[in-house]
Design a protein around this ligand. Structure first.
Ligand code: UD2
Ligand code: MN
Length: 381
């Protein structure tokens, strides 16, 4: 109001020029607001939007009915085969792929994204058109409070995977409040829950902020002894890997490989080391890491910016306290959690879970547990 009066009362001879400057200013403000709502720059968002579960429940269409979840998996596989066996196996024509693309930072509402991908089936399953994919893939995304990242992820990744003609289903595993974030547990829970829903040949763990750039980087698992890490370079590390044993971002395991390493450790609450830990698990299980060709840019990955969580205090104590080898009793075989919601949305299956941090940490060496407890008490975190 005050601004308006100023414009009206502005005395000449500066009135004309003042009006132009103010109008220009208003245009800039309006443009800025438009961009902050619709376009996201790499630096403009941090750990935004609390209560993400509310957002998922609001900004999205209702559940899609899945009518056969009570059937045992082998019966479902058989039924599935009966409905698709007349189709020939997909033959990927590399000419239809686009190669390396820049990540688009446009953030759309989930409802808008749903209408962009009408071909999705219940729970975020996508099947290739007119052919049968040899593999069925579950993509597991550990998740909490990264709403914008999820939207950017879906809009960038789905079209690339459609071009790869893979049969994939996206699982978003969200950790409910009440415990520190645990990336490893969310991935383990995604594995355990997705297996109850369908018989997948390959599990790809993909962080919500990690977007593969090149559609020639095929979403598939390695063979028997090779766990496939789909990343050879990360934008923020000058398109290199920060260190050679890095297996973060996007990694693919067959169910058998994941079982052999007993999944991720459940002990890492907050940021860091759960990925280094699984590297050592892979090594101990005498498996290798395979990656896309390091002489090309095919394995390059873009990341989204965010504030980093507090580091897991004493993570190296946990990581290196393995003289008496604990991974065989810490992982998918010791996983405890409570499912609050499983909901088959159009673009993904949403699994909302609670974990009891104190109970999980009971499995840790008593000395480290005491150190962590003292640290939490001191820092009130
Ligand atoms: C690195 C690794 C990542 C992971 C982490 C160590 C790469 C490229 N990435 O990423 O794989 O091992 O270090 O823990 O090496 N998340 C949420 N909400 C949160 C926190 C995390 O949804 O509040 C999820 C989300 O999917 C995120 C992922 O966990 O992308 C990894 O966490 P991060 O992005 O905080 O870790 P970052 O970028 O350091
Ligand atoms: Mn990240």
């Amino acid at each position: 109001m005050a601004l308006f009066k100023f414009i009206v009362k502005s005395p000449s001879p500066f009135g004309g020029a003042g009006l132009i400057i103010v109008t220009f200013g208003i245009v800039l403000i309006v443009k800025g607001l438009y961009y902050s709502n619709n376009h996201v720059t790499r630096r403009s968002y941090g750990n935004v939007q609390k209560n993400l579960s509310n957002f998922i429940l609001k900004d999205i269409s209702d559940d899609v009915q899945i009518n056969h979840t009570s059937l045992p998996i082998n019966v479902r596989r058989h039924e599935e085969h009966a409905t698709t066996s007349f189709l020939s196996v997909c033959d990927l024509d590399f000419k239809t792929l686009k190669g390396r693309e820049k990540m688009a930072l446009t953030s759309q509402s989930l409802i808008a994204l749903e209408s962009m991908f009408p071909e999705s089936h219940a729970g975020g399953r996508f099947q290739p058109n007119g052919c049968r994919s040899k593999h069925r893939i579950a993509i597991i995304i550990p998740f909490r409070d990264r709403e914008i990242h999820l939207k950017i992820y879906l809009s960038n990744v789905i079209p690339k995977l459609r071009r790869q003609k893979v049969d994939f289903t996206i699982y978003v595993v969200e950790q409910a409040p009440g415990s520190h974030f645990n990336r490893g547990m969310m991935r383990n829970i995604g594995f355990a829950e997705a297996r109850k829903i369908a018989d997948y040949d390959c599990f790809i763990f993909n962080d919500v902020d990690s977007i593969f750039e090149d559609d020639r980087n095929l979403f598939q698992c390695g063979t028997d002894n090779s766990v496939r890490h789909l990343v050879t370079g990360v934008d923020v590390f000058d398109y290199k890997l920060k260190y050679s044993i890095l297996v973060g971002g996007i990694i693919a395991f067959t169910p058998e490989q994941f079982r052999r390493v007993n999944g991720y450790s459940n002990f890492f609450f907050d940021w860091g080391a759960e990925d280094d830990d699984i590297y050592y698990r892979i090594q101990r299980a005498k498996m290798q890491i395979e990656r896309p060709d390091t002489n090309s840019t095919i394995g390059f990955m873009s990341t989204l910016k965010h504030k980093r969580d507090p580091e897991v205090k004493y993570r190296f104590d946990i990581l290196y306290s393995r003289n008496n080898e604990t991974s065989h009793k810490d992982g998918i075989n010791s996983l405890k959690y409570t499912v609050k919601v499983i909901s088959h949305k159009k673009l993904f299956t949403w699994i909302y879970v609670a974990v009891n941090e104190e109970e999980v940490l009971q499995g840790l060496d008593a000395g480290i547990r005491r150190k962590i407890a003292a640290y939490r008490l001191k820092t009130k975190t």
